[in-house]
Design a protein around this ligand. Structure first.
Ligand SMILES: *Cc1c(COP(=O)(O)O)cnc(C)c1O
Length: 471
């Protein structure tokens, strides 16, 4: 590179020169020479570009070192961080779905740092099966003969269809060809599994005869998909599980149910809307049921296949199972969560998902009343904060039309522009413990149903002023 004697580029320090600086020495001590050198090269390149563009007249070595220190600190910050979910959606897919109970966290911690019997039969001293760590409890809680666990429910559906129906046909009601958020579409998953979807019935009405007509020599199974995230109302007809199971069995075909949410208990016991349980689907004649671990079950992300032993054995032997299997941390957490179900009486206090879902509106309202003044004080004049009644949703497609009476805080800025709630929402998201609310009717609303960590919230309020300058 040729640089004339008067060029501002001549004022740029070399990398070696920068790294010999005492301030750089401190950074090297903290982050290691290689990362500091990389970031220093990036900073010098940025400075060279600024000088070449005429944005600065000379390089500033001290300024460069400050920029390098700030960049290093930012790079070393974790990118996956806790947030406060005040959106009102309890099982929020984008916010990580089910919060795990202490028991699950301890179980994960216990096996995280060393060797474990993940696939080792301690009694016999030989290779074991990772599914056996949780299979017994899944069977006890659902009535299934056998079970296997994979990465998520989408994987469970893919694996089941690929195992039972590759190059063969699966009739599914047109009313159940659902898309679950995040690009899980039943027809697409079916195609990727290598199975041919045979659409039967109409969007609103499907009868037993529609299924009966669709069954032919290439049929591999009958399938029912729980329409998790929408309802068909009005002039409707669907074939009951028991009837579909009988039809499938009369033709020697397995009957598969994708339940999605997969509750293990009747939620109406806690005043919540009813959702079909895994045990009910199996009792109605399903040969395999697939469901998520991190929706209403309240555990870690995984997908569970439960049902007849002979079919589960086939599913487990599919080479795809190896690609979709779960790790030791997931199995540790799942095992601990399943054991909480042993005592339904204590479930609502020990399982965070159920605790949050079953919180009473009065309890949430009292919390909102406690937090109203601290929030108003932190925001200062110009903002109006009020306690409001609102409705939470279960989320993750479960019980889409049912909403749970809740309470929260609505923040308005009278006289400010239409974008004021979004700007305020951005300030709360920029906090060290980001607070995620929702904007509705010209207000930023915090639904407090999921606010377990009240002290975490009030601590953030003290930092709101400093967040304002960056928002
Ligand atoms: C949520 C859901 C899925 C996908 O489950 P993930 O665990 O998110 O992969 C599949 N089918 C139904 C019916 C669902 O509700």
């Amino acid at each position: 590179m040729t640089t004339d004697a008067n060029s501002p580029l001549r004022t740029l320090p070399g990398i070696d020169e920068l790294l010999r600086d005492a301030a750089a020495g401190v950074l090297i001590e903290a982050y290691g020479r290689s990362l500091v050198a990389t970031v220093a090269r990036e900073a010098v390149a940025a400075s060279r570009a600024a000088l070449a563009a005429g944005e600065a007249r000379e390089a500033d070595a001290a300024g460069l070192l400050d920029a390098i220190a700030a960049r290093l600190a930012a790079l070393m910050q974790p990118t996956l961080v806790p947030v406060l979910n005040l959106t009102g959606t309890v099982l929020h897919t984008n916010l990580g779905r089910a919060p795990l109970p202490e028991e699950a966290i301890s179980a994960m911690t216990a096996v995280a740092s060393g060797a474990s019997n993940l696939e080792f039969d301690l009694a016999r001293g030989r290779r074991g099966d990772r599914d056996s760590l949780v299979e017994d409890w899944i069977c006890r809680l659902t009535g299934a003969e056998a079970a296997t666990v994979v990465n998520n429910n989408a994987a469970a559906v893919l694996l089941v269809l690929n195992t039972l129906a590759r190059r063969r046909e699966v009739p599914v009601s047109r009313g159940e060809l659902v898309e679950i958020g995040g690009a899980f579409r039943v027809p697409d998953v079916m195609a990727r599994a290598g199975a041919k979807l045979v659409e039967v019935g109409t969007t609103n009405r499907t009868h037993r005869a529609d299924f009966a007509q669709a069954i032919g020599p290439r049929t591999a199974a009958l399938m029912k998909v729980h329409t998790s995230n929408y309802v068909i109302e009005g002039f409707t007809a669907a074939v009951a599980e028991r009837e579909l199971a009988a039809l499938a069995h009369a033709h020697d075909l397995p009957f598969v149910v994708d339940l999605g949410s997969g509750t293990l208990v009747d939620l109406s016991a806690w005043g919540l809307p009813r959702e079909p349980t895994v045990a009910e689907a199996l009792a109605a004649g399903a040969d395999l049921v697939t469901f998520s671990g991190d929706k209403l079950l309240g555990g870690p992300q995984c997908g569970i296949v439960a049902g007849r032993a002979e079919l589960v054995r086939k599913v487990r032997k599919n080479p795809l199972k190896r690609a979709l299997r779960v790790d030791k941390l997931t199995l540790a957490a799942l095992g601990a969560v399943l054991r909480l179900y042993a005592d339904p009486a204590s479930l609502a206090t020990r399982l965070p998902t159920l605790r949050l879902l079953s919180r009473s509106q009065a309890d949430i309202q009292a919390q909102a009343a406690r937090l109203r003044a601290p929030l108003a004080v932190a925001l200062g004049t110009g903002y109006a904060v009020e306690v409001v009644a609102c409705t939470s949703q279960i989320g993750s497609g479960a019980l889409p039309i049912e909403s749970l009476p809740s309470a929260g805080l609505a923040v308005r800025r009278p006289g400010a522009g239409g974008r004021a709630p979004e700007r305020l929402a951005a300030r709360f998201r920029a906090l060290p413990l980001p607070v995620v609310g929702r904007v509705a009717d010209g207000a930023l609303v915090f639904d407090l149903r999921c606010l377990d960590n009240e002290a975490g919230f009030t601590d953030q309020l003290a930092l709101l002023g400093s967040a304002e300058t960056t928002a």
